[in-house]
Design a binder for this molecule. Structure first.
Ligand SMILES: Nc1c(NC[C@H](O)[C@H](O)[C@H](O)CO)[nH]c(=O)[nH]c1=O
Ligand SMILES: CC(=O)[C@@H](O)COP(=O)(O)O
Length: 235
């Protein structure tokens, strides 16, 4: 799927445009992005020498206007080396949230963001995630914020209150700030289910959240470059 005689730059964005009713990948002088950074596959990033695309793809996202005026499709790069991230982590059930946090940091690192550049704020529980996430998002310092929590059902209805507050609060933080705030909060019936998703048999949802943050931030950046999204400080 990624075979290409051309050199590609993982900091681009794949864009297709429709022509008549057929969508097509743009001509061969456009680049096809790997869904995983070449270094992860052991491959070597190739580079298309000397083309306009190369100048374009040097930015976090490449968008080329469609000559036919047809609608375009934006698919965000999975390269994070031009992005800044913040994380808010809940200490409650830290048996789960600490491996989730590690998964987030590993995911960011494997796509170009050294963990030393990532700010991490700790809060008591998932109910406190939205306040700090919104503060970070509205600071203008971050291209995306990732919230990490683990809400495990107990004997009372408190589970529902915490999940409801955390979910709507994180969503509000994102929509209100115009910054992607990613919801990496386990909401499970048992601790085992939560641990399975924090590096157990179901993988690490923290790593997945990191990839989601990168792609969403890059799409928003591309739309902004096309005047299709307000600049963050105008949100
Ligand atoms: N039971 C869980 C909680 N409860 C604490 C709340 O998040 C909150 O800190 C408290 O209600 C004070 O505002 N938090 C979790 O993250 N996970 C739980 O399972
Ligand atoms: C999600 C919670 O708040 C829950 O773990 C607390 O347990 P309980 O409902 O037994 O008080």
């Amino acid at each position: 799927m990624f075979a290409s005689s051309h050199i590609f730059d993982p900091t681009a964005v794949l864009r297709t445009s429709s022509s008549s009713s057929q969508r097509r990948i743009l001509s061969s002088n456009h680049v096809i992005l790997p869904l995983i950074r070449p270094g992860v596959l052991g491959g070597q990033p190739l580079r298309k020498a000397g083309s306009k695309q190369q100048q374009d793809t040097r930015s976090a996202c490449r968008v080329s206007a469609s000559a036919s005026g047809q609608p375009s499709t934006y698919i965000g790069s999975l390269s994070s080396n031009s992005l800044k991230f913040g994380i808010v982590a809940a200490r409650f059930n830290e048996l789960v949230t600490k491996p989730l946090l590690e998964g987030v940091l590993e995911g960011l690192e494997r796509h170009g963001t050294p963990r030393e550049t990532v700010d991490v704020a700790w809060v008591p529980g998932s109910f406190e995630l939205p306040l700090i996430a919104k503060a970070m998002a509205k600071s203008g310092k971050y291209d995306a914020v990732i919230t990490v929590g683990a809400v495990v059902r107990g004997a009372t209805a408190h589970f529902d209150a915490v999940v409801s507050g955390a979910t709507s609060g994180v969503l509000n933080a994102s929509l209100d700030s115009g910054v992607p705030v990613i919801f990496c909060v386990m909401t499970t019936d048992t601790m085992e289910q939560a641990l399975d998703r924090a590096g157990g048999k179901s993988g690490n949802k923290g790593f997945e959240a990191a990839v989601t943050a990168i792609e969403t931030a890059n799409v928003l950046k591309a739309l902004g470059q096309q005047g299709l999204a307000k600049a963050r400080d105008a949100w």
